[in-house]
Design a protein around this ligand. Sequence first.
Ligand code: GRG
Length: 295
Amino acid sequence: MSAFASTIKETAALVEDALDGFLPTRGGPLGRVVDAMRWGALDGGKRLRPFLVIAAADMFDCPRSRSVRVGCAVEMIHCYSLIHDDLPAMDDSDLRRGRPSVHKKFDDATAILAGDALLTQAFEILAEKETHSSGDVRCAVALELSRAAGKIGMVGGQMIDIYAEQKEFDIEGIEELQRLKTGALIRFSAVGGGLIGEASADEIAALAAYAEDLGLAFQIVDDILDATADAETLGKPAGQDAEMDKATFIKLLGMDGAKSKAADLVERCKSHLDRFGDAAEPLKGAADFVFERKS
Ligand code: GRG
């Protein structure tokens, strides 16, 4: 296993334990929503966003007891978005992370409530004193996450995406959509790690620049993986027929163009961290991981 793979595994285990503790099982109707939250949030996923929070916070010697909580908050928001995205009214997916999606395992109403409860619990965790002794720091993190998750962030991006199915996108349009839909939470993760570690404004700006390029690279790689999977299903070369009704980087740039843009973004995102020296190696490793990932 590469050094980076064992580092992300180690932080994922910390996050898994903390999420498990935040979602204690119980009986009755309340137990049903908690079971659905657990199904949607535990035991799966790469935990990339919490990794970014923890690795960014580590650079400023922030105690893990704090950064893991911020990592759990952003992972809860991410899992809520996946649960809602899988619903019949949105992407209508039966599977998530290799097993039945929450509405398939439970039902639509339970999936909606489980997503809502993960969303609200994320902010409960951030507001609690254990996250930071300073109310100002807790508030700054919560403000940043609410903006990243809401109408000027992920929800706004999802809205544009849903209503854009028939629209022609140019490269600026698709970059703007993805900056909101997937980029905003990735940006939050690095910036939130800086905030909880009490980084300076300049340091936060460098983390934001890193994460903005990383978020775009992440989405381009996601499009490449989707197009490759579609092509395998259709038995055609990747990029020729992949989801041509939907705006993707592959449609606009071609497979080779998309790969080269992702590679350039990954190199550029790492350069924003040069000022941090060796302390930034885990975040630079995350960028390579995003580029090389297979799922
Ligand atoms: C429903 C409000 C609302 C928003 C949904 C992000 C999103 C918005 C929907 C997800 C659709 C999707 C699959 C987008 C592609 C990029 C993406 C977010 C992939 C999943 O993230 P990973 O690869 O997943 O980090 P894991 O399972 O590893 O956590």
